[in-house]
Design a protein around this ligand. Structure first.
Ligand SMILES: NC(=O)c1ccc[n+]([C@@H]2O[C@H](COP(=O)([O-])OP(=O)(O)OC[C@H]3O[C@@H](n4cnc5c(N)ncnc54)[C@H](OP(=O)(O)O)[C@@H]3O)[C@@H](O)[C@H]2O)c1
Length: 277
């Protein structure tokens, strides 16, 4: 299908592919396209594609680094119907962040009995993982800068500043001494180590950002392993119903894609930054 893109989220992984940080895993030859998240309107449907017609509003992804564009070709299994009440920026930004949060919560097997620690709790993935764990009934502590603490409290999340000494002790104090039972890491190795230091069983530590965490017995999560129409639909419906909220930190026209990445690369985005072609 050919989709006219209305909104496309940007992700730190794309910056890392560009700088070569992920070249072992995701080599790149430039110039090349960028972007996997997308939402838009079906422009044309190839022969034998069931279930979609020109004019349908859809959301999903492409695996071809190609969604930061006015038009993108997608396979049928890569898109689902966009709920009418979901905004274009949210629909266009939900794939990577949403599937990452989904995979973290399911990999760590979070339940209502858990006390969960989420790192980068207000970021693109962290903001959704935090709410997801809380929606399951878990008690959630979120590591974030002070500017995000009131926002996290609004979701019933216990905020803890990641900067400064004695982070483990401050987490324990913030949770009134209750034992953390699961960690969802969306930032990096120091938080896998923090989970281990807090006495969390390694199998209950899931990370999207520390690919070496397996050496400690923790679980490394890749968002694309859970990508399916069923999961995309579940995330889209949770956002459309308000069960999950995805803050949109900023939108940029496609012509200012550089500005969008400059903001993302500062590393303090609350929620998502989205391109609007
Ligand atoms: N493996 C996968 O499948 C997969 C999928 C998606 C993403 N990722 C990776 O996961 C990471 C997060 O992605 P994202 O889209 O959520 O990124 P993001 O939205 O750019 O994350 C921004 C957040 O990081 C927080 N932060 C900055 N410095 C921090 C620190 N020293 N300690 C704790 N938090 C800090 C910020 O918190 P404050 O603003 O509160 O300071 C901000 O909320 C990236 O490394 C990305 O490449 C991996």
């Amino acid at each position: 299908m050919l989709v006219a893109v209305r909104a496309a989220g940007i992700n730190p992984g794309e910056s890392k592919i560009r700088t070569g940080e992920l070249r072992e895993r995701w080599p790149a030859t430039f110039p090349e396209g960028e972007g996997s998240d997308l939402a838009g309107v079906v422009d044309a449907v190839g022969p034998g594609v069931p279930g979609f017609a020109a004019g349908d509003e859809v959301l999903g992804y492409t695996n071809n680094r190609a969604s930061h564009a006015e038009f993108v070709l997608v396979e049928a299994g890569e898109i689902v119907a966009k709920p009418p009440s979901l905004s274009w920026p949210q629909a266009g930004a939900l794939f990577v962040a949403g599937t990452s949060a989904y995979a973290l919560v399911h990999t760590a097997e979070v339940s209502g009995q858990d006390i969960v620690l989420v790192s980068a709790a207000a970021g693109g993935v962290g903001s959704l993982a935090t709410q997801w764990a809380r929606n399951l009934g878990a008690t959630v502590a979120g590591l974030a800068g002070p500017a995000n603490h009131a926002w996290l409290r609004g979701f019933g999340v216990v905020p803890v500043d990641y900067a400064g000494p004695d982070l483990g002790q401050r987490v324990r104090r913030a949770l009134d001494g209750r034992q953390v039972t699961a960690v969802l890491d969306t930032h990096g190795p120091q938080y896998v180590q923090l989970g281990l230091d807090l006495g969390v069983h390694p199998q209950r530590i899931a990370t999207i950002a520390d690919f070496t965490a397996g050496q400690h017995g923790a679980k490394v999560v890749q968002h694309y392993t859970v990508a399916s129409p069923r999961v995309l639909t579940e995330i889209a419906e949770a956002l459309a119903s308000g069960d999950l909220q995805m803050p949109i930190a900023a939108t940029y026209p496609l012509s200012d894609v550089r500005g969008a990445y400059r903001q993302l690369e500062q590393g303090h985005t609350r929620g998502k930054i989205v391109l609007l072609p």
